[in-house]
Design a protein around this ligand. Structure first.
Ligand SMILES: Cc1cc2nc3c(=O)[nH]c(=O)nc-3n(C[C@H](O)[C@H](O)[C@H](O)COP(=O)(O)O)c2cc1C
Length: 211
């Protein structure tokens, strides 16, 4: 089949696009609002984009419209642009249920970490806390936000870039050879619809690049 996204002529019951660019890692973003209230939400339009300096991005879609009392922006982006800081907590098999819970749309003054029964742990270089239950945390400083050209206001997406200025790795995830034990980490990733995948030891394979 072939379809043109702008025409929406795929003829399928659901837009297939987010079932095609998969699996997508999930950045579980903690930020603080101007009053210090903790915000937490999962973002699967998330990835690392370069090494030096290590930089990550996530793309946030439209939040509540002005009719709903909002300004179209989601809390994570608004907080990060206001405070300049955030933390990406890695999502794994063990925290999958809590991750899903924190996608609920709640008022900006609700502490979503407390709501999901997660424990706050102070960060070293930034003010937003880390999630103690997550085994890897990237402390980030906001670099810039880029608005993606969109068709209509509800389609809006902003890509938020952050420089990773501090990295926490749970010690037991580092092997005797000094490598990250990804099979033990068991990161989860987003497929399309409501589906996810997990990296297990038996789904990892190795390939050596040609010279
Ligand atoms: C696995 C998963 C991935 C998600 N990825 C995104 C995403 O990439 N961009 C986005 O705008 N919303 C995404 N969402 C929805 C947001 O998490 C949800 O809108 C959340 O309430 C936003 O919170 P905030 O307003 O506190 O930032 C995702 C939800 C789930 C469960």
């Amino acid at each position: 089949m072939f379809y043109e996204p702008k025409k929406g002529d795929h003829g399928l019951p659901k837009n297939p696009f987010n079932s095609l660019v998969i699996p997508r890692p999930i950045g579980w973003i903690t930020s603080l609002d101007a009053n210090g209230v903790v915000n937490l939400a999962p973002y699967s339009f998330f990835n690392a984009v370069c090494y030096r300096p290590p930089t990550v991005m996530f793309a946030g879609g439209a939040g509540p419209s002005p009719d709903e009392g909002g300004d179209w922006s989601k809390d994570s982006r608004r907080n990060i642009e206001a405070t300049g800081e955030f933390v990406c907590n890695l999502t794994t098999w063990d925290t999958r249920e809590q991750m899903n819970q924190t996608a609920a749309h709640v008022a900006p003054d609700v502490d979503e970490m407390a709501l999901a029964g997660l424990t706050q742990e102070p960060s070293q270089l930034v003010k937003p806390p880390r999630i103690a239950e997550a085994p890897v945390h990237l402390e980030c400083r906001h670099v810039k936000s880029v608005e993606i050209p969109h068709w209509e206001e509800p389609d809006q997406y902003f890509v938020v870039f952050g420089e990773v200025i501090g990295v926490h790795i749970r010690d037991d995830l580092i092997t005797a050879d000094g490598l990250i034990d990804v099979g033990k980490l068991r990161p989860i990733a987003r497929l399309g619809y409501n589906d996810y995948t997990v990296v297990n030891p038996d789904t990892i394979f190795t390939m050596i690049r040609p010279e």
